[in-house]
Design a protein around this ligand. Structure first.
Ligand code: SF4
Length: 370
């Protein structure tokens, strides 16, 4: 017999819901409509308040505020550590089950970008990434993803304008929760972050790119963590390439319905003596031929257990220079926050053993969205 869930006893995970979804919950449970739903959503998402009893719309309805408060759920952990370097701030959230994730705030001119994690650990096994050494622990829920942005704005006090999925984890390995988090963050009655101000970085899950397109999330900025453009080398450093080799990835980019005048970001981290030669840059030119891309050339930032070394600055300049000579829109990304390992994707997460692992999605610094 199918087990029925009693919606009156389960919690309402506010961070996981759009305003309409929250309103539906209030209607089902308390016979209240959009007036109360929108007031509560604004209160939480825009004003950063979680105490329902202070909302005027609820004060006038007897014990409604207390009854609503009792069912709201905030299973998102709490901030347990912050590390600053200059203006860059990394904060650790310890989740309710004890797992730790990290997020990085990069203040820009008058606003901030926040780099969020999408998983605890990662199963993709990129050899340069110390998150891979943690293995896959679990998916983050949509509310745990959204809460990183909410905390940046309302606890850390930073005016978030951009969100980048470049923290721990492969976002396309957790696509249902990532897509729900995106829908919530977009909601204009709440956090109100437009899709064009979100960047999703992937190691190249072709099936996930197709699902994003099918879901209509084509305005999100897509960053491909490429790092090598021949199959032999890429499969060695990024095992995802064995499942989705470069020709499939290239085809997925060719057919992705990008909005007009938009480009993919190709993230190319250079590891000293591994992938930064003239032959490698030629491979890259062949891969991106006729694709609308801009290339970010990034110097590897070695973690504590690094297998590779950082390149010389002149290696980056030569690699980027060759791309530019061939008409490719190229930028060198000098990472902010290097010494705290918070150039985005340089996220350290303790495993509860005192040992640190570097959570690295592609070892990338944050893309500044101007
Ligand atoms: S680089 Fe990204 S996809 Fe690869 S193991 Fe690290 S977090 Fe996972």
């Amino acid at each position: 017999m199918e087990e029925q869930q009693d919606c009156t006893t389960t919690t309402v995970p506010v961070f996981q819901l759009t305003c309409d979804e929250l309103t539906r919950e209030l209607r089902t449970r308390f016979n209240k409509g959009a007036y109360h739903g929108q007031a509560l959503y604004r209160h939480v998402m825009q004003h950063g308040q979680r105490d329902v009893t202070t909302i005027d719309a609820f004060k006038r309805s007897g014990d409604l505020a207390d009854r609503v408060q009792a069912v709201l759920g905030w299973a998102t952990g709490k901030i347990t550590d912050t590390v600053n370097e200059g203006e860059t701030i990394k904060f650790v959230t310890t989740l309710d089950d004890g797992a730790r994730i990290e997020s990085v705030i990069i203040p820009m001119r008058g606003y901030s970008t926040v780099c969020v994690s999408s998983q605890v650990g990662c199963r993709q096994g990129c050899v340069f990434c110390e998150t891979a050494g943690m293995g896959f622990v679990r998916q983050l829920t949509a509310e745990e993803i959204v809460a990183q942005v909410w905390r940046t704005r309302h606890v850390m006090g930073h005016p978030v304008r951009n969100v980048v999925f470049m923290g721990m984890g492969e976002p396309l390995d957790n696509l249902d929760n990532v897509m729900q988090a995106i829908r919530v963050m977009q909601d204009q009655r709440g956090l109100d972050i437009p899709l064009r101000r979100m960047t999703l970085s992937t190691s190249g899950r072709v099936d996930g790119l197709k699902r994003l397109a099918e879901a209509g999330l084509t305005s999100i900025r897509l960053a491909i963590s490429l790092n090598a453009a021949n199959n032999e080398l890429r499969s060695r450093i990024m095992p995802v390439n064995k499942r989705f080799p470069l020709d499939q990835l290239r085809q997925a980019l060719r057919t992705f319905p990008l909005p007009p005048n938009r480009e993919f970001f190709i993230e190319y981290v250079i590891f000293k003596g591994v992938n930064g030669s003239r032959d490698h840059v030629r491979d890259l030119l062949a891969f991106i031929r006729d694709l609308p891309v801009r290339v970010n050339v990034i110097g590897y930032n070695p973690g504590r257990n690094a297998r590779f070394k950082a390149p010389e600055d002149r290696d980056l300049l030569a690699f980027a220079g060759y791309l530019r000579e061939h008409g490719v829109h190229t930028r060198i990304r000098w990472s902010k926050g290097r010494s705290i390992m918070a150039g985005c994707g340089q996220l350290a997460a303790e495993r509860g053993t005192g040992e640190h692992a570097t959570g690295t999605h592609g070892n990338q610094p944050v893309i500044a969205i101007d």
